[in-house]
Design a protein around this ligand. Sequence first.
Ligand code: M6R
Length: 601
Amino acid sequence: MCGIFSYYGKKKNAPEIVIEGLKRLEYRGYDSWGIAYKQDSEIHVHKETGKISEFKVETADFKDSEVSIGEVKEKFTLSIGHSRWATHGRVNKTNSHPHFTEDKDIVLVHNGIFENYSEVKAYLKKKGHKFITETDTEVIAHLIEEHLKTHDFLEAVKMAIKEMEGRFAFVVISKNSNKMVAARKGSPLIIGVKGKEYFIASDIPAFLPHTNKIYYLDDNQLCSIENGEIEFFDMDSFDPIEKRIVEIELDIESAEKGEFPHFMIKEIMEQKDTLNRAINQNEDQILKVADAINKAYGTYVVGCGTAGKVGMVGEFLFSKIAKKHINFSFGSEFTSHKPFLTNKTLMIAISQSGETADTLEAIEAAKEKGVKIVSIVNVESSTMARMSDIVLPIKAGPEKAVASTKATTSQIAIMTLLAYACAGKLYEGKQLLINTASQINDMLNPRYEEHIMGIAKRIQDVESMYIIGRDVNYPIALESAIKLQEVSYIHAEGFAAGELKHGPIALISENTPVIALVSNDEYKKEILSNAMEVKSRGGYIIGVAPENEDVFDFWIRVPDTGNTSPLVNIIPVQILAYQLAVLRKNDPDKPRNLAKSVTVK
Ligand code: M6R
C-alpha cells in the first residue's frame, strides 16, 4: 500500500530514476504520485494524479509545475518519490506525496499510518504551524520542523519518531542538510546499494535494474545517508548498528510482463512452474512444522483476503487428510482468539507480501503470549518473514497483479503438504501435488483459454453472479468471488452450496450465472442437486468439473485430482476473471480502489 522510491547518488537524472522506480512500484498504489529533489539548496516538488505508468518524462508538460525534470547539478543528488493509495484525504494533487512544511524546509514521502497524528497536529497548530492538507504525512514534516528548532536534522527526525504511533516507513530530506533519512516501523523499506549510490524502496524489484546488492532495514531502525556514506541506528536506543550488504538472486525478467499483455495473465500462466517450486520445500522444515502442529495445544491459521481463503482451505484439508482440527481466523478478527493463546499454541500466518497490517497485528498479539509463528510467505525479505520462527517460502517470484493467483495456488500446495505431513504421509502428498502440477501444466494452453473466453463473452454484461462449492471447495467458491469482484467489478458472491436454499436462492432469476465447483468426491451428488435447484429457477449453470453433467449449461473441464481439487478448480476462475476484466475494459493489474499490499488496518 503506497510505494516509496528514493535515490541518493551522483547521477544527474535522479528525478527520472525515481519516476522509473515508482513505475515498477505502481502496483502498491496508483491514485496519484509525486517526486521531490534538491537543487541549489531548494527542494522542488512535482505531483500528479492518476497512474504513473501513463506518464512520459519526454513529453510531460510541466507548465503548471514549479520544476522541470532535467539534470540536477548537485554533487550528490537527493530525490524522493511516492505512488499513493489514499488513506487520509481525497485523491488530488494536494494530498499526494511528497508532503512538506511551509517553505519546504522538510519534505517527505510516507507509507503507513501515523495513528496519533490529530493530537500532534493540534499541538503543532498551537505552536503556529499551518497545514494545507488533510493528511497524516504533512504532520510528520511539521513535527520534524518543530524539533529542528533545537536539534540538527537527524536528531530532529529521531525526536519526531519518538512521538509517532502506528506502522510506517518514510524517507525525508531537508533544505538545510545533505542528509537523506529513512525510517522503518512496520512498513517495508529496503536499501539498494551500488558503490556510493543508494536506492531506498518499498520493494526490491523497484531497484533491480540498478543493483542486486541490498541492506535490509529492519523494523524499528533508521538510516541516514550523507556524502555517499550510510549509517544505521536503532529507533529506540538510537545506538548505531552495523549492517552488511546482502546479494540477492531475483532477476529483472521475473518482475516484468514480457510478452504478456498483463501481469495477471502472465502470473496465471506461471503456475505451471511456481507450483513445482512451492512443492519443492525443504522436507526437514515441513516435517518440523508438522511436528509442531501435532504437538501444539491449538493451531491458528491467519491471513487476509485471498490468503485468508487459503487458510480456510487449510482447515478443511487438515480435517480431511490429517483428521486434525485447526482454527482459521482473518487477521483483522484475530483479537477475539487472544484469550485462548498460550506458549503451547502455534500460529501459521499466510501472506503473499508479508506486509499485510492485519496479519502482522495478529502475529504481534500472538507473540505477546509466547505463540510460535510459522509463516507461509512469498516475499522473503518481508516484515512477516522476519517476525517468524519458521518461514516456509512459497517461491512464486514477484507477484505484481493486485489479484493474487500464483501465490494462492502455491500457498494451497504448502498447506496440502503440511496436512499430509501431519498425517505421516508427506511422500504421498508430495507425489499427488507433483501429479497435479503436471496436469495443470496441460490445462494451461491457448485452447483452454479460448474455451473459457466463450463463457466470458456470454456473461460479460451480467450484473451478478454466484459461485457454489462444498467442503474444501467452499472456500474456493469464496476465493472465486474475490477474483471476479476485484478485476471484473461484477457483483459476485460465493456460497456453501448447501446454504443456497436457506436464503441466497432468492437472488436467482432468469439467466443468473452460477459457477458450480463439482469435484469427484463424496459431495458430488449433493452439489449437483443444489445446481439443479438453481437451474429450476432459471439459473445458468457453469460447471467446473472433471466430467460433464446434464445440469451444466456450460462445462469447464478440470482434471480429477482428488484432495488437490482446490488447486485445479481455482485456475479456470482466475482465467475467467481476467478475461471478464479485459472484455469490460478494466485494468486487471490495477483494479480500482485496491492496492497490492494492504499496510493499513
Ligand atoms: O499480501 P497478502 O497475501 O497478505 O495480502 C492479503 C490480501 O490483501 C490479498 O490476498 C488480496 O485479497 C488480494 N488482492 C486478492 O486477490
